[in-house]
Structure formats: C-alpha cells, structure tokens
Design a protein around this ligand. Structure first.
Ligand code: MLC
Ligand code: AMP
Length: 508
C-alpha cells in the first residue's frame, strides 16, 4: 500500500534542494527542508493521538508551518479542514461542532478564545504564528523522518466547508484521488514545471490557494513566492522575477488600476490565471492591451476542484471559462431531468469525473440532492456551450454572492438580521462592485412601530459574521417586492439600487 497523494506531491521531493517556498522576509525553504519540517509536525500529530480519518481543523496564518501541517496531515492519514481566518468565534463554533476534530490548530493570538471551544469538543488545541506557537515548538524537538501512513485513493484528504443556500455550511469531502487527479490534469494543461516561479498571494484555506496553486506547484516542483496576503507593491516587485500568477478577478482589476503595472514588469511572466469569480471580458481585454498577455480563465468549485479551463496554447476567449478539462465531463442540462440540452441552450452546469467530491460531511440528504446517482454534480451555475465547446457561465440558480472571490450565501446574513428585535424581514443581495465584483446590500423591513438603528444592527452583524459577509449598505424599505408566488424579487431590489441617484449610507 501507499499514500498516493503524499507520495506524488511531497515524498518525491526528498533530497531535492531546490527552493520550494520563498517568504516575505526573504527566507527560502528548500523542498527537502520543507519535507523534514512536515515529518516533525507529523510526529506531533501522531503523538497527540491523531489517527487516520481524524479531522484537524486549522484556522492559522499563512506560514511555512501551516503548509507543512497540510503535508503532515496527508502523511498521517488525517483529514485537513482549513478555515477562513476571518471567521468569528461564533462561526468557528459551528465548524468545530460539525467536523468533530481530534485537533484544532489556531493562531496563537486566538488561543484564549478558542480554548473553551476545543475543550467542549474534546479536541487537542495547538497553535501556529504569534509569539507562542505551541505546534511549532513541539515540532522543533521531533525527528525529521516519519513513516508515512498508508491510504487508499478514495480515503479523505480534506474537508472544505462551503456555504449553503439554507444558511448552514456543508463540508465537502475530498479524497486523495480527487486532489491528485485534478493537480495532475492542471500541471499538464498549464505546462507547469520546476522552472516556474509562482506568485502565491491567495489565502491557503480555499480550493484556489491550497489546491489549485499549492498542489500544482508541489507536483511540478515549482518555486512558490508565498505572500502573506495580496499586496500590490509586493506583487509589482515580484513580477519581474516570476512566471506564474493565480488570482481572483480582484487581483487583476487592482493591478490594472496601478500605474506601475506595465508591460515591462510582466516581461518574464508566462501565464496569468483567473478564477473563483467571473472575470469581466473588459478586464481581460484591458489586461491584454496593457501587457500583451491574455489571462487564462478557468472554472471550479470547492466540491469539484477545477472543471474547465481556457486552453494554454489555443484561443483564450474573454467572457468564457474555456472547455472541459481532460477526463472531466461537463454538460449543460435540463435542471429537472439532468438530460443534456442541445448546444447553445442555457441550462444547469453539471460535472462528473475523478475531480468530483465524495459528498457532504454527515449530510446524506444534501449529497443526494446535489450529486446525481449517475455521478453528475449539480453545480448551481447556469451555462451555455458555444459550437466549439467553450462554456460561458451566464448566471446562478443558487442565491449566492461572490465578493472578492469569497462566496456569501444571503440566507446566512438574512437569518442573523431577521433575529434582531424590530426587524420584520430582510433581503440580502449583491450589486456590481468595481473592486470586489459584487458588494453586499441588505434591505430591511421594520416591524410595525419599530425604529431600526442601523449602527446597532451593523454591530450585531460584526459580532457574528466575518468581515467579508458584512453588508456594505443597509436600506430601510417599507416592504420587500414579491412575485405572485410570494417569492422575494431580489432582481427588483438590485434594479432599485441602480436607480438610486444618491449613494446610500455606507456602514463601517
Ligand atoms: C477583504 N474584505 C473583503 C474581502 N476581502 N470584503 C468583501 N469581500 C472580500 N473578498 C474586507 C477586509 O476585511 C477589509 O475590511 C475591507 O474589506 C478592505 O480590505 P482590503 O484590504 O481591500 O482587502 P484585501 O485584504 O486586499 O483582500 C481582498 C482580496 C481577498 C480580494 C485580495 O479577499 C482575497 O484574497 N480573496 C481571494 C478569495 C479566494 O481565495 N477565493 C477562492 C475560493 S475557492 P475592513 O473592515 O478592515 O475595512 C473557489 C473555487 C475556485 O472559489 O474556482 O477557485
Ligand atoms: P466555491 O464554492 O467557493 O468553491 O465557489 C464556486 C463558485 O465560484 C462556482 O460555483 C461559480 O459560481 C464561481 N466561479 C468559480 N470560477 C468562476 C469563473 N471563472 N467564472 C465565474 N464564476 C466562477
């Protein structure tokens, strides 16, 4: 037996002295040094009682040890559960009670808050980052060799939470095979090699930063310039020494808005890749006009990894997400029956292949709703194929806002708003935003005779929900527009926003 994911991404680099990670402070970590660190961390996990199949919940800063923890988790056969660092304690509480981890790893600055949560769920708590990173300290004393735990390709490697239309997040179960097959396909398709130098400015708790960017680099043995976060100055400095950038559309609109972003600084670049949210055709065209590079847009999801990509060698068509990846079937189907529609018609995008997840963690009914018996996953995205097989995403059947590449389900915010005294009902929706793609707006209806205090409402939202989920504006309305079936018409609310002459009050 073997551990295919560990062997393919990590073990193959044993003795490889080539640089893997280059950090903000200039420090360079070779592949071999990284593997030794992952072995030390694997010992800590095992000594702490983490067994194969156990979940490790991780809400940690973007550090070498965080990536090594991912490697160690794969190596001990555990299930890695990365969480957005923006999540509040209330949000974290849900993930911990749902995932029932054997271990929680958090930022040492958050340790005091998370201790109670960990104790309640009987999970061992260790920390990374800050002044007292207990996991790092414990690892320092461990040996640099470790006997990898065997896994079969269908075993789970990761559980990634994705918000849901019901307001409850669902854990997408991803197997070793899911992750490895997708990384192999992308490396081949995008021609990633050990000569590549990737600018990694994405967070490492989502599919894009952790799997698309990190797994492909590992598989190819590329060098990764690990940036703590997206920082335009640092990116401009790094571009002349780099070959590859993966980002959400906000990366590209921000680069274009900067005068320092010129054709000259992109001279050594081989490929710019965009995904996680729609890249406007105008951004694609402006980018080409400025740099001569055509951004390669691809389409994916937490549940499926990547599904389609514009070609590396062929035409990268603005406003499309390209063609189905080799080995992955993508259809545009009748949402009721799942039957493929004639080419050119708009329908539900459904996906089947080795990249498609195993179902939702402890939610068999949700899994049955979204994963057909024949293996096709119902994405909730609406699409249309061109005659030559290019897919365009034309809408979503799910009520979802994507802001700066983060998914926000309005229901989760509406649930909090509706619970506030004096709020009769609410509707949360997205409007176009030049920086984040979409910005969140909340329309509120007060109970009869109630006076709503927007500052107070914004304060409650701040306490409960991550910053990226906060509405940028609140609007008091006498009633919500409804259709004859009684369904709230968010499109009408959206149009009313456009019709506003005066900007609405921005809430801090
Ligand atoms: C930060 N803020 C956001 C936000 N990011 N608000 C809404 N949406 C976002 N995405 C908040 C900050 O907390 C801050 O609040 C204020 O907005 C301004 O922050 P900023 O400094 O301008 O933002 P920045 O830190 O630069 O972050 C923007 C960003 C970042 C776009 C670089 O959000 C990011 O890295 N997004 C990538 C998300 C991602 O990886 N998605 C992939 C999902 S996987 P305040 O209160 O401090 O003013 C997936 C599958 C697939 O979708 O296909 O890939
Ligand atoms: P997530 O659940 O965070 O993985 O987000 C997945 C969703 O992001 C998809 O269902 C799409 O709606 C959206 N998405 C990802 N890539 C693209 C893209 N290139 N264009 C448009 N939407 C995208």
């Amino acid at each position: 037996m073997t551990n295919l994911l560990y062997d393919s991404l990590f073990a193959c680099h044993q003795g490889n002295e080539a640089p893997f990670l280059q950090l903000d402070d200039g420090q360079v970590v070779s592949y071999d040094a990284f593997l030794k660190r992952a072995a030390q961390i694997a010992h800590v996990l095992q000594d702490s009682g983490v067994s194969p199949g156990d979940r490790i919940v991780v809400q940690a800063p973007k550090l070498t040890d965080t990536i090594a923890l991912y490697a160690a988790s794969v190596r001990v056969g555990a299930v890695y559960v990365p969480l957005n660092t923006a999540y509040t304690l209330a949000e974290l509480d849900y993930f911990v009670s749902d995932a029932q981890p054997a271990m929680i790893v958090c930022d040492s600055n958050d340790e005091a808050d998370i201790t109670i949560l960990a104790a309640r769920s009987c999970a061992k708590l260790l920390t990374l980052g800050g002044d007292t990173p207990s996991l790092s300290h414990e690892a320092d004393a461990q040996p640099c060799v470790f006997e990898t735990v065997d896994r079969v390709p269908d075993d789970l490697a990761a559980l990634l939470y994705t918000s849901g239309t019901t307001g409850r997040s669902k854990g997408a179960m991803l197997s070793h095979q899911n992750l490895l097959s997708n990384a192999q396909t992308l490396v081949e398709l995008w021609g990633i090699t050990s000569t590549d130098h990737l600018i990694h400015a994405l967070p490492v708790f989502h599919t894009h930063g952790l799997f698309v960017a990190m797994n492909t680099s590992l598989l190819a043995g590329a060098k990764v310039r690990l940036m703590e976060k997206f920082d335009i100055g640092a990116i401009l400095e790094e571009l002349p020494h780099s070959t590859l950038l993966m980002g959400v559309p906000t990366f590209y609109t921000r680069l274009l808005a900067d005068e320092g972003f010129t054709k000259k600084v992109t001279g050594s670049m081989r490929l710019f890749i965009s995904g996680s949210a729609p890249l406007l055709a105008e951004t694609h065209l402006a980018f080409e006009a400025r740099t001569g590079h055509r951004i390669l847009e691809r389409y994916g999801m937490t549940e499926t990894n990547m599904n389609t990509s514009n070609p590396y060698d062929g035409e990268r068509r603005a406003g499309t997400v390209g063609i189905a990846l080799p080995g992955t079937e993508v259809i545009v189907a009748n949402p009721e029956t799942g039957e493929p529609l004639p080419q050119g018609e708009v329908g539900m995008i459904e996906v089947r292949g080795p990249n498609v997840f195993k179902g939702y963690w402890q939610m068999p009914e949700k899994t049955t709703e979204e994963l057909r018996e024949n293996g096709f996953f119902i994405t909730g995205d609406l699409g249309q194929f061109s005659e030559d097989g290019y897919l365009s995403i034309v809408g979503r059947s799910k009520d979802l806002i994507i802001t700066g590449g983060y998914n926000v389900y309005p229901k989760e915010i509406e649930d909090v708003l509706n619970d506030i005294d004096g709020v009769l009902e609410s509707a949360v929706f997205g409007i176009p935003d030049t920086d984040f793609g979409e910005a969140i707006i909340a329309a509120l209806v007060a109970e009869p005779a109630a006076q709503l205090d927007i500052e107070q409402i914004a304060g409650i939202i701040r306490d409960k929900l991550s910053r990226f989920k906060h509405p940028r504006r609140y609007e008091l309305v006498p009633e919500l527009p409804r259709n004859t079936m009684g369904k709230i018409q968010k499109n009408v609310l959206r149009e009313q926003q456009h019709a506003h002459k005066e900007p609405l009050q921005a809430v801090p």
